[in-house]
Unconditional design. Structure first.
Length: 123
């Protein structure tokens, strides 16, 4: 059996409106998809970094993540750089986890309008 390695899983999604409810649904949907597509379980996750576009200020994605059981994992939120033309109302995630997957087999997840950020990746 291959020993687990630390891998980073990227993900992003968007919101239509800046409401606590929508940020919560989008964050939880993204994290769930990232875990499922990479066959991760809770104990595999080391830490998660979230960033949001400056237009999303109604909720911390880390707080949203705690709502689905990530409360005992180190979580950090930050703002994206306000680059002209950047994806609006976007939540980005960098999840660090132990896995036996090769780097090329890690499934990064881009949902909603964020799919256009990495259209080179399989769905």
């Amino acid at each position: 059996m291959t020993s687990p390695l630390v891998r980073a899983v990227r993900g992003a999604t968007t919101c239509e409106h800046d409401t606590s409810e929508e940020v919560t649904v989008a964050t939880q949907e993204l994290l769930t998809a990232m875990m499922e597509r990479n066959e991760l379980v809770h104990d595999d996750v080391i830490s998660i970094i979230f960033t949001t576009s400056i237009a999303l200020t109604s909720a911390f994605p880390a707080t949203c993540a705690r709502g689905i059981g990530f409360g005992d994992i180190p979580l950090l939120c930050a703002s994206e750089i306000n680059v002209p033309g950047a994806m609006p109302k976007c939540i980005r995630v960098l999840l660090h986890a132990y896995t036996t997957r090769a780097r090329v087999d890690v499934r990064h997840v881009y949902l909603r309008n964020a799919q256009s950020l990495r259209d080179d990746l399989p769905g």
